[in-house]
Design a protein around this ligand. Structure first.
Ligand code: NAP
Length: 249
C-alpha cells in the first residue's frame, strides 16, 4: 500500500497512456498501468516507473468487459486510495466508408471506446464519491478531435464513439460535481503514436500535418501534460470541460 495518491490510466502500455503514466509517476502519483495485449511493454514501463521511485502495478484487463474492469479496480485498491482515473484506452479500425463498416465492427468500437469509459467511471465513483464515503477525485477522458469532425471517409464509427464519450463527460461532470468528483476531457488531434498503423496508415500524421494550423503533428507528451493539469488541483475550478490538443485543427 502506497501513501501516494493513486492514478489509474487505462490503455497505458503504449502511446499516450504510457507517456501519461510516466508523467503522473514523475508528479508523485502511484500508478496503475492497464493493458490488454502488450504485456512486455506494460512490464517494461512498470520497471521504468518503479526505478523512478514511484509505486506501480501493471494489470491486464479488457476494459470493455465488466468483470475484468471489476478485477482491475480491485487490483488498484491494493496500491492505495484512488484519486485519478484516466479513461484513455481506445481503438480504431482500418479506414473505410460508412457503408462498408459492419455492424459488428461498429459495436466493437463502441464497446472498447465508450462502454469501457462508462464501466471504469462507475467503479471510480464507488471509490471517490463523498456519497460513498470517499474524499473525491478527478476523471479525465481521452476523447478525440474526431468527435467534432466526424472523420468522414475514414472512421465515422470511431468519431461517433468519441462523441458519445464527450456526452458522458458532460453528464458525469454535472452529476458528480457535488460529490467531490471533477470530470473533464482532452481531445487530441493528430498525435504521433502507433494508433495510425492500426488504421492502416502509419504515416497518417505526416500526410495530414500541413492541414494543422501549427503545421506539425502533436506528441504524446503534449497530450499527457493536459491530462495531468485536468487531474490535479491546478484545475480545481474546471469540470465538464474539454481541452483540444489539436494544434488548432
Ligand atoms: P495506441 O498507441 O494504439 O495505444 C492504445 C492503448 O489502448 C494500448 O495501451 C492498448 O493496450 C490499450 N487498449 C486498447 N484496447 C483496450 C482494451 N479493450 N482494454 C485495455 N486496454 C486497451 O493509441 P494512442 O494513440 O496512444 O491513443 C490513446 C487514446 O487517445 C485513445 O483513446 C485514442 O482514441 C485517443 N486519441 C489518439 C489520437 C492519436 O492521434 N494518436 C488522436 C485522438 C485521440 P494493448 O497494447 O495491450 O492492446
Amino acid at each position: 500500500m502506497s501513501n501516494a495518491k493513486v492514478a489509474l490510466i487505462t490503455g497505458s502500455s503504449r502511446g499516450i497512456g504510457a507517456t501519461t503514466a510516466k508523467l503522473f509517476a514523475e508528479s508523485g502519483y502511484a500508478v496503475v498501468i492497464n493493458y490488454q495485449h502488450s504485456r512486455n511493454d506494460a512490464e517494461q514501463l512498470k520497471q521504468e516507473i518503479t526505478d523512478m521511485g514511484a509505486a506501480c502495478i501493471a494489470v491486464q484487463a479488457d476494459v470493455s468487459n465488466e468483470s475484468e474492469v471489476t478485477k482491475l479496480f480491485l487490483a488498484a485498491d491494493q496500491l492505495g486510495e484512488l484519486s485519478v482515473l484516466v479513461n484513455n484506452a481506445g481503438i480504431l479500425d482500418t479506414q473505410a466508408r460508412l457503408e462498408d463498416i459492419s455492424a459488428e465492427r461498429f459495436k466493437n468500437i463502441l464497446e472498447v471506446n465508450v462502454l469501457s469509459c462508462f464501466l471504469c467511471t462507475k467503479e471510480a465513483i464507488k471509490r471517490m464519491s463523498t456519497n460513498h464515503g470517499g474524499v473525491g477525485g478527478t476523471i479525465v477522458n481521452v476523447s478525440s478531435g474526431a468527435a467534432k469532425t466526424g472523420s468522414p471517409n475514414e472512421y465515422v464509427d470511431y468519431a461517433a464513439s468519441k462523441g458519445a464519450m464527450d456526452t458522458l463527460t458532460r453528464g458525469a461532470a454535472m452529476e458528480l460535481a457535488s460529490e467531490g468528483i471533477r470530470v473533464n476531457s482532452v481531445r487530441p488531434g493528430l498525435i504521433y503514436t502507433d494508433m495510425h498503423a492500426s488504421g492502416g496508415e502509419p504515416n497518417r500524421v505526416d500526410r495530414l500535418k500541413e492541414k494543422i494550423p501549427l503545421k506539425r503533428g502533436g506528441t504524446a507528451q503534449e497530450v499527457a501534460e493536459a491530462v495531468l493539469w485536468l487531474a490535479t488541483d491546478k484545475s480545481s475550478f474546471v469540470t465538464g470541460s474539454f481541452i483540444d490538443t489539436t494544434g488548432g485543427l
